[in-house]
Ligand binder design. Sequence first.
Ligand code: SF4
Length: 255
Amino acid sequence: MVRRGLSKLIRTVSQYPGIEDLSMTTNMLLMESCATELKKAGLQRLNVSLDSLQPDRFRRITGGGDLARVIRGIDAALEVGLMPIKINMVVMKDVNIDEIIPMIYFCIEKGVSLRMIEYMPVGSDSKNLQKKHFPISEIRKLVAKEFELEEAGGRGPGPAKYHMIRKHEFFIGFIAAISQHFCESCNRVRLTANGMLHLCLGHENQVNLRNVIRTTQDDDLLKEAILSAIQKKPFGHKFVEEDSKMSIGMSGLGG
Ligand code: SF4
């Protein structure tokens, strides 16, 4: 959201033929003042990274983030109809396990959905797998002590497996990035702001689309470059066997 001309970019992308779903992953720090403009530009929905509802802890995890601003951003987005909002909470041992239940109540109250994600060691945080990893099976056990969970069946378009808390008509997604390796069904690649197409969160391999865009005006050549890049998508990560080789962090990838 610090990119100059973001709403113009969103307007341009939203007008391409074939774009049916346009969402943004954000920490929400700048949303309060831009929600109306982004909605008007064509943004439809949001994914929000939010690992804690305790201001001090949130500041520590995010390196200075202001929780109150994030919550005001969520309210502003809801107000203008940027929906659905999905909260992504990375659950980390010795960091925020005590916030699993409060986060569910927060999301129920706000009317936003929630995905709980296993910690993945990417970028500078790559040495911390054992220290921070808390498996989805344990997360689910903690949730099941408080709520009756029903399997919602199937997966959405992404990697989450959804359960329902019927009493509150609330869906909660679990993403077992490490313990139940879902790489074989992964349908994600990520294009960074500088034009690199990253094929997997667990590998350094990337394809430079910026060079293609700068050397040709031919959309077919660009399409060909994207399709041939996707052929090189790795079969999956090896976070458990070896340290992540990614030099770029999760925040740089929009992961
Ligand atoms: S293939 Fe890569 S990006 Fe996809 S789920 Fe596995 S680690 Fe994540």
